[in-house]
Ligand binder design. Structure first.
Ligand code: FES
Length: 214
């Protein structure tokens, strides 16, 4: 797992990597001033009901090279969300800017690697930035009349008895619920007829691989 090397052995507290601290205490590309006066090409807004975090991101795009040239953000998130988004905003704008297609595919794992690790329980905070970035890129596609490039991620109901979607299962895994029993306790999925169990287990494995690399 992507655990910070200096996390306490007994798990009693979280100690962050030096890079996380640097970006937390000196976050890059925070939007200063009145957001209404910032002329962006796309805006993305996401919130995590699970932890009360919210993230808003504004991007500017070079229409000729199709690259992100500015990435500004604001959050009410925790230290991990701040550090993750700060480093993400650097990643997409460094070296003249990342291509839109590449920026859309950035994964939380890429961000965590650049941060030299995050405690597993904080991985879900790191997804706020990349979710907001994808929302901002989709907004840019909409505003620039490139609807064909918009990537839609509609929730699918996995457990029809309890109306639990893949997004809810994904959020549970991101919060560190890594077994069927833990996800079930959190979402109530599978507590009816039970026919969805194998699909839920598959999804848990898929999200574990995606977010924790295991
Ligand atoms: S479909 Fe999930 S419990 Fe029935």
């Amino acid at each position: 797992m992507n655990t910070s090397k200096d996390e306490n052995q007994d798990g009693s507290g979280w100690v962050y990597s030096q890079r996380v601290k640097e970006h937390f205490f000196n976050p890059k590309n925070l939007l200063q001033g009145d957001p209404n006066e910032y002329k962006s090409d796309g805006v993305g807004y996401v919130g995590s009901p699970a932890c009360g975090d919210m993230m808003k991101m504004w991007i500017k795009v070079d229409h000729i090279t199709d690259t992100v040239v500015e990435c500004k953000w604001r959050t009410f998130g925790c230290a991990s969300a701040i550090a993750s988004t700060s480093i993400l905003s650097e990643m997409v704008t460094e070296n003249g800017g990342m291509s839109i297609d590449k920026a859309f595919k950035i994964k939380p794992q890429d961000i965590v690697e650049r941060l030299a690790g995050l405690p597993d329980r904080k991985i879900h905070c790191s997804v706020l930035g990349d979710k907001a970035l994808r929302a901002a890129i989709n907004d840019y596609f909409r505003k620039s009349k490139q609807e064909g490039r918009i990537v839609k991620d509609k929730a699918k109901v996995i457990c029809t008895c309890l109306n639990v979607t893949n997004h809810e299962i994904e959020d549970a895994v991101l919060e560190g619920k890594l077994t069927y029993e833990e996800v079930q306790k959190k979402t109530k999925c599978g507590t009816g007829c039970g026919s969805c169990k194998s699909r839920i287990e598959e999804l848990i494995e898929q999200y574990k691989l995606q977010y924790y690399g295991e």
